[in-house]
Ligand binder design. Structure first.
Ligand SMILES: N[C@@H](CCC(=O)N[C@@H](CSS)C(=O)NCC(=O)O)C(=O)O
Length: 345
């Protein structure tokens, strides 16, 4: 089912009501006819042109923003920290995303060497695997503000809500809520405007990892919610958007929306199946005795699964469960797939 509403040519305010009603109609039609392709076009209004021309008028006095970008790595927790700055701006203002305490010295030194003015230290979520460098950086660089989502319930100078923009010079990051790994997870996305970096860049935290996603078995995780978050907030970005995760355990550095839509084994299957092997229907406590968690792989202690607790679930649930196990097995232990397993009640 494809519903494509070219809202980007619609003037934002005065057509908002019309746009959403067209959108709802499109969805309605889409639900009735499947598959269907609905394309709705709005013409460019004088208001939108007005907005553009006022931006152009500020052009000569404001230098075109220029992004300085660094991807930094902390090897113990396999965490990426990202430094972004507008180096066309006289102050060279900067932000750091997901710093780690162990590498705070390195980050301070880099900020100084590059002559940047660090404005914000931003976290995509409350990290479970390492201590954030936020506190140390705030001590070492006076005036720096910490930022995290309001939904994370964590303390910070700035608590961010969906859609908010954090400016550094003439560049900004937009806040997109992507809960599922934790309830307060957000993705920071570079701006949409004409002078913002192209392709766009998204800092996905632990919501989306390259060919994977954040685990959902603790910290208020919810696999189904994570699936919806990634599809609605990240996969809806332009296909060439560069995706930068908070971790990588396999030596990858960056991916794109297009690549993950095609190759991400966890986030491109249908939701129900994902939900099953993402452990949302079956609490981990039921799973734990039956697998050995080993660096991202699931290795069954033996190929017989005697899960008496399943007696409480319907037959269709049981089938989905079996399908989920097979899918997980195929993904993580393809060489062992020839071995069959049985579910004995
Ligand atoms: N699978 C990792 C183990 C470290 C880990 O659990 N990382 C978290 C993010 S930090 S809370 C995670 O969500 N990993 C994804 C996963 O599939 O487990 C490893 O290979 O070392």
């Amino acid at each position: 089912m494809l519903v494509s509403v070219s809202s980007w040519v619609c003037p934002t305010r005065w057509r908002k009501g019309l746009r959403s009603s067209i959108y709802m109609q499109a969805l309605g039609v889409a639900r009735l006819v499947n598959p269907v392709s609905v394309r709705v076009r709005c013409s460019l209004s004088s208001r939108a042109v007005g907005v553009q021309s006022s931006r152009i008028m500020t052009g000569p006095t404001t230098p075109k923003p220029t992004l300085l970008f660094r991807q930094l790595f902390e090897k113990e927790s396999s965490t990426y920290t990202y430094l972004l700055a507008d180096v066309a701006h006289p102050d060279r203002p900067a932000v750091l995303v997901d710093p780690v305490d162990k590498t705070a010295e390195r980050d301070v030194a880099l900020v100084e060497q590059l002559g940047l003015k660090l404005l914000y230290v931003m976290n995509t979520h409350v990290h479970a695997d390492h201590v954030t460098g936020t506190g140390l950086l705030k001590k070492k660089i006076p005036g720096v503000k910490s930022a995290i989502s309001r939904a994370s319930d964590a303390e910070a100078d700035v608590q961010l809500d969906a859609g908010e923009k954090i400016y550094f010079g003439n560049l900004h990051l937009e806040v997109r809520p992507t809960p599922g790994h934790t309830k307060g997870c957000v993705t920071y996305v570079t701006g949409e405007g004409m002078e913002q970096p192209r392709p766009r860049m998204a800092f996905t935290g632990d919501a989306l990892l390259i060919r994977g996603c954040g685990r959902t078995d603790f910290q208020g995780g919810d696999a189904s919610q994570l699936y919806r978050s990634v599809h609605s907030q990240i996969f809806s970005l332009p296909k060439d958007t560069l995706l930068y995760p908070a971790h990588d355990y396999k030596g990858h550095t960056v991916t794109t929306v297009e690549e993950e839509l095609r190759y991400n084994p966890r986030l491109t299957k249908d939701e129900v199946r994902n939900c099953v092997y993402g452990q949302c229907m079956f609490p981990s406590v039921f799973f734990l005795p039956f697998y050995v968690r080993n660096r991202g792989s699931l290795a069954y202690a033996d190929n017989q699964i005697k899960l008496l607790t399943l007696i409480f679930f319907s037959e269709s649930c049981l089938n989905l469960f079996a399908e989920g196990i097979q899918a997980y097995y195929a993904e993580y232990a393809p060489n062992s797939l020839s071995a069959s397993f049985t579910i004995t009640l």
